[in-house]
Design a protein around this ligand. Structure first.
Ligand SMILES: [Cu+2]
Length: 65
């Protein structure tokens, strides 16, 4: 199990949240994605590597801090 806690500064609204969630679940359908719009935090529990998760978010067009 991989856990990844990152900040995504350009996650601004509910559409961003669903885009990011879908991008992560595209690489791991069983991934658990928790987002906090206020703090721009994205916490993921998944069975793929942190690199795969980070890349998925970046390919969706977001910066991972
Ligand atoms: Cu948005």
């Amino acid at each position: 199990m991989t856990t990844l806690s990152v900040t995504v500064p350009d996650m601004a609204c509910g559409a961003c949240v669903s885009t990011i969630t879908q991008a992560v679940q595209a690489v791991d359908p069983s991934a658990e994605v928790k987002t906090n719009l206020g703090s721009k935090a994205v916490d993921i529990t998944a069975s793929v590597t942190t690199e795969t998760l980070t890349e998925a978010i970046q390919k969706a067009g977001y910066t991972v801090a």
